[in-house]
Design a protein around this ligand. Structure first.
Ligand code: NAD
Length: 489
């Protein structure tokens, strides 16, 4: 495994180490060993990044010159595209993605999404005439303008870091905001590389800044508390999202939250190829570390036994298809960290304690390497009130729950504090769409349709968050509306 370059800070157009020169280790999930280092930002570095972003917003025409800004962000996206291979390497080595997952969703999905955002810019209305209106005997002409919100603190997690960094940074920059990006401590380089590429794209100094830190909370807390930051766009756990919302309320910040999920995949009894629909439900993509992955599988009680047999076959067949750093088809590697491995193993024990039965897996897998491997795991005999059915595990763990009929499936799917994704499979499209409409979540796929893609809005219902990313809606999320009126004769 090749060593990774050092992740520098990127502040006011300059890629540099932390003020005190301190570094922290970048650990690869595949080996648990140090593969690189990252700058340990001090409070003074974070302060510098915030003031640089503030200055760039207040003292340049970045937010007002739509054409120049769109050109600059397009150059930025071109740089991302030109460095695709480097991004794939980071997704593999630092994020722990299997080659298949690194190429597909981790990088190509992010690049396609970045293009989608650049293209969506044309559909944003920056100024709209509302005509003349008579009020108490005099006439007023009005326009409504759309303006950037200001300085954005973008706080991101480690699971699909490029995709999430792009969804926030590219959209906020296109909106005319300036940005301080704070990537997760486990994936600093995927944030830092964006600083390097912003420099190559000649983005104006201060418009985009990146700060890395091994302290999970310090930089994010500074961004959330600072009155010079107008917006916090956060993706991460619901627990931290709650904390950010509370802390942001002191300065009445705009807070966008993309949080956890426990999405249900409902396979109706008339699914065209029922065995295949069930077999493709195993929760293995990126070791289950995806916020909107279907981690609750709902199958009809009338076909429960058949479903279990299909799952058993699918898991056995998958055994040789994961955990190999070099296999181009692998879509599953280790989980991100020792901490995450412990957390997931804790949930597996919890499932056993709650009385669910393991159909497959349930163990650490040191035979796959010295890193943080957990085998694909499936619990059956699960009821929806168990913790393993209600709480986000964020590992390769699927729970299987039987349902009586469509109404029962909808009830179970909705019986969750979360509402991020949903999946329905049916031989009758109208029946599938009806069920989809009844699920209270932000993105629903019917019969394999792709509901999470760069030109569609994405975000959560309920405690999965608030606000929308991607598509023109994702750009507009970083803007506000202003009404200007003048009297006319
Ligand atoms: P996390 O909440 O622990 O951390 C997310 C980010 O917040 C990190 O950068 C972290 O350093 C920072 N942070 C931690 N404490 C903070 C604080 N007190 N103030 C400010 N920032 C703080 O989440 P994670 O473990 O990195 O990521 C996994 C979680 O992210 C899962 O819950 C997953 O569902 C969620 N997620 C959601 C989406 C979505 O779009 N809804 C996408 C991906 C991941």
């Amino acid at each position: 495994m090749e060593p990774l370059p050092t992740a520098n800070l990127f502040i006011e157009g300059v890629s540099r180490p932390a003020q005190n020169g301190k570094l922290f280790d970048n650990i690869s999930p595949w080996t648990g060993e140090v593969v690189g280092q990252a700058a340990e930002a001090t409070a003074a570095d974070i302060e510098h990044a915030i003031s640089a972003a503030r200055k760039a917003f207040d003292e340049t025409d970045w937010s007002r010159n739509h054409t120049a800004r769109h050109q600059a962000v397009t150059r930025f996206v071109e740089q991302l595209e030109q460095h695709r291979e480097q991004l794939v390497t980071i997704a593999r080595v630092e994020v722990g993605a299997g080659v298949g997952a690194a190429n597909l969703f981790q990088v190509q999905g992010a690049l396609d999404g970045a293009r989608d955002l650049v293209n969506a810019f044309a559909s944003v209305t920056w100024q709209e005439s509302r005509g003349v209106r008579e009020f108490m005997g005099s006439n007023t002409e009005r326009v409504v303008t759309r303006e950037a919100l200001g300085v954005v603190g973008a706080i991101t997690p480690w699971n699909v870091p490029l995709y999430i960094n792009v969804g926030k940074v590219i959209a906020a920059l296109l909106a005319g905001c300036t940005v301080v990006l704070k990537p997760a401590p486990d994936t600093p380089l995927m944030g830092a590389i964006m600083g390097e590429l912003a420099a190559l794209a000649e983005l104006p100094a201060g418009v985009f800044n990146v700060i890395t830190s091994s302290d999970p909370a310090m930089a994010g807390e500074m961004l959330t508390a600072d009155p010079r930051v107008d917006v916090i766009s956060f993706t991460g756990s619901t627990a931290v999202g709650r904390r950010i919302m509370a802390a942001g309320s002191v300065t009445l910040k705009r807070v966008f939250l993309e949080l956890g999920g426990k999405s249900a995949r409902i396979i109706l009894d008339d699914a065209d190829d029922f065995p295949m629909a069930v077999m493709s439900s195993i929760a293995v993509f990126h070791a289950g570390q995806g916020c909107a992955l279907p981690t609750r599988l709902l199958v009809p009680k009338s076909r429960y036994q058949e479903a279990i047999e299909c799952l058993s076959l699918a898991y056995q067949g998958f055994e040789e298809m994961w955990g190999d750093f070099d296999n181009p088809e692998n879509i599953m590697g280790p989980v991100i960290s020792k901490r995450q491995q412990e957390r997931v193993m804790g949930y597996i024990q919890c499932g056993l304690d709650e009385g669910a039965n393991l159909l497959h897996g349930g163990n650490r897998r040191p035979d796959k390497g010295t890193g943080f491997f957990i085998e694909p795991t499936c619990f059956i005999d699960v009821t929806n009130d168990m913790r393993i059915a209600q709480e986000e595990i964020f590992g390769p763990v699927l729970v299987v729950i039987p349902f009586e009929d469509d109404e029962d499936a909808i009830r179970i799917a909705n019986e969750s504090i979360y509402g991020l994704g949903g999946y329905v499979v049916s031989g009758d499209l109208e029946r599938g769409k009806y069920v989809a409409n009844r699920i209270r979540a932000g993105a629903i796929s019917v019969n394999g349709g792709m509901s999470i893609i760069g030109d569609l809005p994405f975000g959560g219902f309920k405690q999965s968050g608030m606000g929308r990313e991607w598509g023109p809606e994702g750009i507009c999320e970083f803007t506000d509306l202003k009404s200007i009126a003048w009297s006319v004769v």
